[in-house]
Ligand binder design. Structure first.
Ligand code: FES
Length: 91
């Protein structure tokens, strides 16, 4: 599936039926069902987490330093070919 620039990674994943990404709150950062891990080569292509997102990530079970909420990541041309990791326990 081709992601559309301007959509979020969460909406793209949900539309593609990616297991482990639910997006229950629609992207308003209160469900944590869009948690993913960001590979280093992708992290350098996206803005860092906002303070609000970082605060939410603090309560994610098994969060890692590279955890993000993919509802907060907007698809841009810079993400062409990017891959995101979904924790095994979410799938
Ligand atoms: S979709 Fe709910 S926090 Fe991301």
């Amino acid at each position: 599936m081709q992601a559309r620039v301007g959509d979020t990674v969460m909406r793209t994943a949900v539309a593609a039926g990616v297991a482990g990404i639910i997006g229950e709150c629609g992207g308003c950062m209160n469900c944590l069902t869009c948690h993913c891990y960001i590979p280093a080569e992708v992290a350098e292509r996206i803005p860092p987490a906002s303070e609000d997102e970082a605060a939410m990530l603090d309560v994610v079970a098994l969060a890692q330093a590279n955890s993000r909420l993919c509802c907060q990541i907007v698809v841009t041309e810079a993400l062409d070919g990017a891959r995101f990791e979904i924790p095994e326990w979410q799938g």
